[in-house]
Each structure stands twice: as C-alpha cells, then as structure tokens.
Design a protein around this ligand. Structure first.
Ligand SMILES: Nc1ncnc2c1ncn2[C@@H]1O[C@H](COP(=O)(O)OP(=O)(O)O)[C@@H](O)[C@H]1O
Ligand SMILES: [Mg+2]
Length: 348
C-alpha cells in the first residue's frame, strides 16, 4: 500500500474518534469511530455544527472555541458528554489540536467502560465494608438496649406515682423505637430464598402498592420488554428493594408527576469485574426535582436522607438486597430526570 493510501486507512481504523471541525465548529470529517460514538454517519454529519450534535456541552464547546482562537492544543481527561439519544453521559478523554485558524482536530477516546467497572468495584467494596461495620454496631447497641428496657419495666412496676411512670414509659418507648430501627438495619442479613420469578409480576406488585399509597396526581407508566426471561431471585427481597426505590420517586414527586418503570435485556454486561452473558436492566425514572447534589454521592449509604423525617435506610437496604443477588443499583439524576437502574444477572 502506498503511503498516500496508508494514512487514511490508519485514521479510518483507529479506535479513537477523530473529528475535523471548521472555524465555526462545523463537522468537515468524521472517522468511523466518531460515527459510532455520535451514532451518526459521516455523510449526515458533514456541515452540521458540533453544538447541534452536543447541545448540552456548552462548556466543552467554549473550550474548543478558545483553543481555535488561541491556536493552543490541549487535552482534557474524563469529559462527560451527553449525546443525543443516550440516557447516560459518555465519558471521554479529549485532545484538541488547532491545525489552522479554520481547522480544529478533535480526538475523543471513550474511557467510561473502564471507569465504570473501577467505580462499581469500589462501590461494591464500600457497601460490604459498611455493612460489616453497621452490623457490628447494631449488635453492640441492641444488647444493652434490651437490658435498659427490661430495667425500665421493672422500675415501672415498683413505682406508684403515675407521674413517675410517665418517665419509665418514655424509656421503654424510645428503646422500642431504637430496637425497631436496628432490626431494619440488620434485616437484609438473611440469604435470599431464590426461586424462578417473573420480574414484571414483582414490578406490578410494587406499582399497585405505591399507587395505593400516593395521590392520584402520580402516574406510573410501564415500558416492559416482554421477552425478558424469568430470573432466579427472592421475590420478597426483590419487591422490597424495588419498593424502596419507587417509593422515593413517589415522595420526590410530591403528589404530581410521572414514574416510568422499564425493563430491558443487556447482553455481555459486566457488574463490577464479573461479566455476565445476560443481564436484566430495570429502570425506575421520575420527572421530579432530582437528588440534591450534596447527597448524590452518598445516597446508598445508611442514614443519608434529604427528607425531613427520613431514616436514610431505604436505598441502603435496597442496594444490599440487590447486591445479595449479585446485582447492582446505579443512579443518575438531574432536575426533571432521575433514573435508578437495577442490574440483575440472568445468566452467569
Ligand atoms: N427519585 C428521587 N428523587 C429525588 N431524591 C431522591 C430520589 N430517591 C432518593 N432520593 C434522595 O435520597 C435520599 C435517601 O433515600 P432513602 O435511602 O430511601 O432514605 P429516606 O427515604 O428515608 O430519606 C432521600 O431522602 C432523597 O433525598
Ligand atoms: Mg426512602
């Protein structure tokens, strides 16, 4: 092959997405990797402004304009881009090289798959460590609490004054409340009693439970994939996990809005470092205000709550239950679009 033919062949076969933009950031060239990334053929992309392809990447486009104006190449790692038609943002390493005042070379290398796996592994390890600490703590509190409660009851029998009995009742009442809380923290300890179940039946149960306890202003739509096979799971645990997520969505909507329940099959999907041939993807989306930014990174931890009077246990229990099924719950959120995704392996 001649050199003249070799260079285009190399670019066409690169794993990195290569884009050439003109002075107004319009696409003049896309290699096949860029076509895949943007889900757009080079023919259709030519002449389109990058701003139309990436409507939400204002900051990124601004940086491209600056590079062009200053004729300065730069590299930015882990840029998160929301591509049209993609629910989750794509994470790329981006290298930008001005070739002239009217020509900008952009290279994008997808890194999210790799990042996602590392992040999932870290998260799974954190949940497990958390669980061990919590369980130990719960046991340590539970035992003396029993003694405290018993002693207060004995005391109550010994005293005649109703006024004083008020006090012992406060002690037993509060001890009961604490014990209840601890019991809920320790609940997901039992291993799942698995049998083959239909995930849609579980979702329908959750749907009717939530509809029964919420306002009429909340609509729960379904978008199920009927070809989803049955999966081996503990139905009670799975319903509990889904219920905790859907209930949060209903609460976030505050009486008005839409919750969407969806199911899909994902092939060759890894959960942490373990890859699975078939994975069920269950999504619970709502159009509420979104998760407060300051708790976004910790919502799956126990005792983290953004609600007055919330226990902060719902999502932590849900995550534990799903982890016990070798699955994982993920979440993305922005105002008007919060999505919880439950991944459950169907086949190893
Ligand atoms: N769909 C949602 N929309 C907005 N915020 C949410 C959503 N789901 C969970 N959250 C936030 O995450 C927090 C933790 O949820 P959870 O663990 O169930 O505890 P709790 O419901 O007791 O507060 C909630 O208090 C809320 O602030
Ligand atoms: Mg909750």
């Amino acid at each position: 092959m001649s050199t003249a033919k070799l260079y285009p062949a190399i670019i066409e076969n690169l794993n990195t997405a290569v884009l050439l933009l003109d002075g107004a950031l319009r696409v003049t060239y896309l290699n096949p990797a860029a076509e895949t990334l943007l889900a757009l053929s080079a023919r259709r992309a030519r002449g389109l402004a990058l701003g139309d392809l990436l409507p939400e990447a204002r900051g990124y486009l601004e940086a491209l304009r600056r590079a062009l104006a200053n004729q300065h190449p730069y590299t930015e790692r882990e840029v998160s881009l929301r591509l049209p038609g993609n629910q989750e943002p794509v994470v790329v390493d981006s290298s930008v090289t001005p070739l002239s005042s009217q020509k900008l070379l952009v290279e994008l290398l997808r890194v999210d798959q790799h990042l996602r796996i590392t992040r999932e592994e870290t998260r799974l390890a954190q949940y497990q460590a958390n669980r061990v600490v919590l369980k130990g703590l719960a046991h340590e509190i539970n035992n003396p609490l029993g003694g405290l409660r018993g002693a207060a009851q004995l005391l109550e029998r010994e005293i005649d004054s109703d006024n004083l009995k008020e006090y012992t009742r406060v002690i037993t009442g509060e001890a009961d409340r604490l014990q209840n809380l601890l019991k809920r923290m320790l609940t997901p300890g039992s291993p799942p009693q698995r049998r083959m179940i239909n995930i849609h039946e579980a979702l329908e149960r959750v749907r009717s439970l939530v509809l029964a306890e919420t306002h009429q202003g909340i609509e729960v739509r379904r978008d199920y994939d009927p070809s989803l096979p049955e999966l081996s799971a503990d139905p009670e645990q799975l319903i509990q996990a889904l219920l905790n997520i859907v209930r949060n969505a209903a609460q976030a909507l505050g009486g008005k809005g839409v919750i969407r329940l969806g199911t899909r099959i994902a092939r060759q999907r890894s959960i942490g470092h373990k890859s699975h041939r078939l994975v069920a993807r269950i999504t619970i989306a709502d159009n509420g205000p979104g998760i407060p930014a300051q708790i976004m990174d910790t919502i799956f931890y126990p005792m983290v709550s953004g609600r007055a009077g919330g226990s902060g246990l719902g999502l932590s229990i849900a995550q534990t239950l799903v982890n016990q099924h070798d699955g994982l719950i993920e979440c993305t959120s922005r105002p008007g679009d919060t999505v919880f995704t439950v991944l459950l392996p169907l086949q190893p």
